[in-house]
Design a protein around this ligand. Structure first.
Ligand SMILES: O=c1[nH]cnc2c1ncn2[C@@H]1O[C@H](CO)[C@@H](O)[C@H]1O
Ligand SMILES: [Zn+2]
Length: 363
C-alpha cells in the first residue's frame, strides 16, 4: 500500500538536492550574528524571526529581478572566509537534518570579493565548510561555482571549477537576471569546460522562455537546466494528448534533467500556483524531473517541504518521491559508480523502509 507521505515521514526519506544556493540558505540568526561581527549595518531588522519573515515576504515579488534584490544582505555579510566556511558548514548541517544525503550547493565566488578576498580563498573556505559539515552530519555536499550572467567573469570562474574539481567542486553554473543576458554571452566558458570534460548546468527557462533553454542546450551544451520550467511553452496541452515541439521532445529524449524549484517559481511569477506548476505535466510526460529548493531562506522552504507541497497538490505517493530522488541522483555531477552506490545502497533501501512503515503503524 502506498499511503500519502506526511511531511514528517518525508523528512526521514534519503533525499538528493541538485539546486540550492549557498547565499540563499542562511539561517536568519546567523545573518544577524555575522552582521554584528563584520559591522554590516543595512539589515532591515536585527530580530532573527522578523528577518526570516522579511526575506520570505520580500521575495514574493512576482519578478526574478526583484526576487534577487534581497541577496544584497546575505552577500553583504559573506565577505570573509570565516563567514563563508561557517555558512557552508551550517548548510550541510541543515540539509542533513532535513534528510538530504547528497547535495550540490552553488554560489558565485565573484560576489564575495568586495573586501579583497582572492577567488581561491573563497572557494577553499566554502569547501572546508562543506567537508567538515558533511563529516560531522553524515551528508555529502559538492560545490557548484556560479558565474553571474550580467558580469564578465565566467571564464575565470570556469577555470576555478576545473582547478578545484578534485577537491569538491563538482561543476559550474550561471545565474542572475535571465532576460537580456542569454547563455551564449558566456560561450567561451562553456566551450572551455567541454574541452576539459567538466560538468555544468545553466539557469534557463525561468525569467525568460524557450530561446534561453534552446541556447543553453544547443549552443552551450548544458548537462542540466536550472528550472527549465518554461519548456512548457513548447508543449501543446490543449487537446486530448499533449503534443511536444522539437525542443521539448529533444529535452525529454535526451533525458536532460530539469532542476525544478516550485515555491521559488511562484515567487518569481514563473508559475501561478503549485497545482498549476508545470512539474505535474512534465512528470506525467516522463521528463527527467528533479525537485529542489533554490533558496531555502527566501522561499522559506526545505526539500521535504517542497515534496510535501507536491504531495498535497498532485496526490503523489512514495513511488513518485522515490522517482524524483532517483532522477536527481542519476543527474548528479558525481561519478557513475558513486551514483549507483547511493541509489542502490541508500535511496532504494531508505524508501523501501518508509513504504513498509507507511502501511503499518510503528507499534
Ligand atoms: O532562481 C534564481 N535564478 C537566477 N539567479 C538566482 C536564483 N537564485 C539565486 N540566484 C542568484 O545566484 C547567485 C549565486 O548564488 C545569488 O547571489 C543570486 O543573485
Ligand atoms: Zn537558482
Amino acid at each position: 500500500m502506498d499511503e500519502r507521505p506526511t511531511l514528517d515521514a518525508i523528512r526521514r526519506a534519503p533525499k538528493v538536492l541538485l539546486h540550492d544556493h549557498l547565499d540563499g540558505g542562511l539561517r536568519p540568526a546567523t545573518i544577524v550574528d555575522l552582521a554584528d561581527r563584520s559591522g554590516y549595518r543595512d539589515l532591515p531588522t536585527g530580530d532573527p524571526a522578523k528577518l526570516g519573515a522579511w526575506f520570505a515576504e520580500m521575495s514574493n515579488s512576482g519578478s526574478l529581478e526583484r526576487y534577487l534584490e534581497t541577496f544584497s544582505h546575505t552577500v553583504g555579510v559573506l565577505q570573509n572566509t570565516e563567514a563563508l566556511a561557517r555558512v557552508a558548514y551550517e548548510c550541510a548541517e541543515d540539509l542533513a537534518n532535513d534528510g538530504v544525503v547528497y547535495a550540490e550547493v552553488r554560489y558565485a565566488p565573484e560576489l564575495h570579493t568586495r573586501d579583497g578576498l582572492p577567488l581561491e580563498e573563497i572557494v577553499e573556505a566554502v569547501l572546508d565548510g562543506f567537508a567538515r559539515g558533511g563529516r560531522d552530519h553524515g551528508i555529502r555536499v559538492g560545490a557548484l561555482v556560479t558565474a553571474m550572467r550580467h558580469q564578465a567573469r565566467s571564464m575565470e570562474i570556469a577555470e576555478l571549477a576545473v582547478r578545484y574539481r578534485d577537491q569538491g567542486v563538482v561543476g559550474f553554473d550561471i545565474a542572475g537576471a535571465e532576460a537580456g543576458y542569454p547563455p551564449t554571452r558566456h560561450l567561451d566558458a562553456f566551450e572551455y569546460l567541454q574541452r576539459e570534460n567538466a560538468h555544468f548546468t545553466i539557469h534557463a527557462g525561468e525569467g525568460f522562455g524557450l530561446p534561453s533553454i534552446w541556447q543553453a542546450i544547443q549552443w552551450c551544451g548544458a548537462d542540466r537546466l536550472g528550472h527549465g520550467v518554461r519548456i512548457i511553452d513548447d508543449i501543446d496541452a490543449s487537446g486530448d494528448a499533449p503534443v511536444l515541439g522539437r525542443l521539448a521532445a529533444y529535452v525529454r529524449d535526451k533525458r536532460i534533467p530539469l532542476e525544478m524549484c516550485p515555491t521559488s517559481n511562484l515567487q518569481t511569477g514563473a508559475a501561478a500556483s503549485i497545482a498549476e506548476h508545470p512539474i505535474g505535466l512534465l512528470r506525467d510526460l516522463g521528463f527527467r524531473v528533479t525537485v529542489n529548493t533554490d533558496n531555502r531562506l527566501m522561499s522559506g522552504t526545505s526539500l521535504s517541504e517542497e515534496m510535501a507541497r507536491l504531495v498535497e497538490a498532485f496526490g503523489y505517493g512514495w513511488d513518485d518521491l522515490q522517482w524524483f530522488t532517483v532522477n536527481a541522483m542519476k543527474s548528479a555531477f558525481l561519478g557513475f559508480t558513486e551514483r549507483l552506490e547511493l541509489i542502490n545502497g541508500v535511496i532504494k533501501p531508505g524508501f523501501a523502509q518508509l513504504k513498509w512503515h507507511g502501511s503499518r503503524p510503528l507499534a
